[in-house]
Design a binder for this molecule. Structure first.
Ligand SMILES: [Zn+2]
Length: 276
């Protein structure tokens, strides 16, 4: 069954959350949230002063004296699930006050918690919707610096977007939550829609020539390895160590000002293969 279309009212409340997002000045991600019920905006707030946007909006809404049972929350970033032992996460707060629908404008770029807020809300029986594509793009562009500080990921599968000029051009992928071994991937500008992948010796790297998907790669050790390889968008780089391989698909490249882009960023998907 297809979902009900997003209404003009929904868009209006999403707009309120994005307007709030623009007001956020604290370091870290800019986040805005709005709470509405029966077609009426009850409250809207941004992240700041140590408070997450969802909590700020909900607390403001509670001041109105209205019950939030059956209300809808519009948040530009998926709610958190863990804010330290003593505090209630936004996801748990949303469930506790009885909000029944949550619209999400973006998912956490940290591969360790990507989609975790969504999953927590789903498990609490809350209906979940995404912002439409045009508004998701707006949210992402307003927060373009957010993802630049993530310099590591966790296997066996994941995705990330990061500024490859930071952290010594390094993005490290840990094999699995219980397996601290890792592979270090390095990157440098090549221009256009490609990037240089290079390896941290004694690790090596190769282009998985003609492969488009991870499942097309049987044994990752068959490729022609060296210490650097040019990788185009859509292609897969294979990094190998004595312990395993990181298959890294280049999804998007921004090459910086010399190459017609505002910034330097790399969006990847990855899969870890461990030798037995
Ligand atoms: Zn939160």
């Amino acid at each position: 069954m297809s979902r009900a279309p997003v209404t003009d009212e929904d868009r209006e409340f999403m707009r309120s959350s994005i307007d709030e997002m623009k007001k956020a000045t604290s370091p870290g991600p800019r986040v805005g949230a709005a709470v509405a019920r029966d077609g009426v905006l009850i409250a809207a707030a941004c992240r700041g002063g140590g408070k997450h946007a969802e909590r700020a909006a909900i607390e403001l809404a509670e001041l109105s004296g209205l019950s939030l049972r059956g209300a809808t929350l519009y948040t530009t970033l998926e709610p958190c699930i863990d804010v330290g032992s003593a505090k209630e996460s936004c996801a748990d707060l949303i469930a506790r006050v009885g909000i029944s629908t949550v619209f999400i404008g973006s998912y956490d770029p940290n591969p360790l918690i990507y989609r975790a807020g969504w999953a927590r809300l789903r498990d609490a029986g809350i209906a979940l919707r995404d912002y439409p594509a045009d508004m998701r793009e707006e949210v992402e562009s307003l927060n373009s610096t957010f993802a630049e500080h993530f310099t590591s990921g966790m296997g066996p599968n994941g995705g990330a977007k990061f500024d490859y000029m930071l952290n010594e051009s390094k993005f490290e992928i840990q094999f699995a939550p219980g397996d601290a071994r890792s592979i270090v991937t390095r990157w440098s500008t090549r221009g256009g829609t490609s990037i240089h992948a290079y390896a941290d010796r004694p690790q090596q790297v190769a282009l998985a020539r003609y492969a488009r998907e991870f499942h097309e790669i049987d044994d990752p050790r068959v490729f022609d390895f060296s210490y650097t390889a040019p990788i185009h968008v859509g292609e897969i780089a294979v990094f190998v160590s004595e312990d395993g391989a990181a298959l890294v698909k280049v999804v998007e490249v921004e090459g910086g000002r010399d190459h017609g882009a505002e910034r330097t960023s790399l969006k990847i998907k990855y899969e870890i293969r461990v030798w037995k």
